[in-house]
Design a protein around this ligand. Structure first.
Ligand SMILES: [Zn+2]
Length: 170
């Protein structure tokens, strides 16, 4: 991983500066439904179960929730950052939006990026949707917590669409 960080120009102090925990890739991933773009996705067994019940509860109340992204491996995160560097973005800018490989919650197989009908994917505007309001009041009952609220201590931009399953219900 160190080599991967070096190659991307990520500071050796990254973990310390961002106070982000290292996320290990789990072994018990299961296939979820296809995401909004009809791509296969994976989550841990427990996270998938929780996501499925949450989605069903939302649907029952007329709220649409769908997966935009779930598990992503180290290599995926590396390639994503590399593509942005190649497009001319600076590593400091990229790291405000994407965690360094090894530190993305998506590695855990417990994080989901959530979308809803009538809202673009992965935009702060998601916070103005009924779905976001529903998640704010109901998601914790299913074990999902919004990881990156405004002004979060780990220095990641506000991500109202990114929710992570915590098995202890934290
Ligand atoms: Zn995310």
């Amino acid at each position: 991983m160190q080599k991967m960080h070096e190659a991307l120009g990520i500071s050796v102090d990254y973990a310390k500066e961002h106070r982000l925990p290292l996320c290990r890739e789990p072994e018990n991933l299961v296939d979820t439904e296809l995401d909004f773009y009809q791509r296969p996705q994976k989550l841990t067994h427990d996270a998938f179960k929780a996501w499925t019940s949450m989605k069903a509860a939302a649907t029952e109340q007329g709220i649409s929730l769908f997966l935009i992204s779930a598990f992503r491996g180290l290599q995926y995160q590396h390639d994503l950052i590399k593509r942005k560097l190649e497009k001319g973005q600076k590593i400091e800018q990229i790291l405000m939006v994407n965690a360094a490989p090894g530190f993305s919650e998506h590695h855990s197989g417990c994080a989901v990026d959530v979308g809803t009908l009538g809202c673009d994917a992965l935009v702060a505007d998601f916070e103005n949707t009924d779905s976001f309001q529903w998640l704010e009041s109901k998601a914790s009952a299913f074990g999902f917590i919004m990881s990156y609220p405004r002004d979060n201590p780990v220095g990641i931009d506000y991500e109202p669409w990114h929710w992570c399953f915590h098995s202890e219900g934290k």
